[in-house]
Design a protein. Structure first.
Length: 76
């Protein structure tokens, strides 16, 4: 099932407190899917706090967003 640009926008922005550049995002969604970067540098063992961004990334993926990721390993 293909989502409309409005449905994609709703998925991308749900449960967010603030959305910056909403009009620009809607213009882009009318033309193509979005791309986003998510980077993290864990400083310790993974814990439940990692679940919060993962749920948002799941929304992005469901909306057709190309997620580019980088996970930097701690040194030492």
């Amino acid at each position: 099932m293909s989502l409309t640009p409005e449905q994609k926008y709703d998925l991308i922005t749900r449960n967010l407190q603030e959305v910056l550049g909403a009009d620009e995002m809607k213009k882009i969604l009318a033309e193509r899917d979005l791309k986003m970067y998510w980077g993290t540098a864990p400083t310790g063992r993974p814990h439940i706090g990692y679940f919060v961004p993962m749920t948002k990334i799941a929304d992005f993926l469901s909306a057709g967003v190309e997620v580019i990721k980088r996970c930097q390993q701690p040194v030492g």
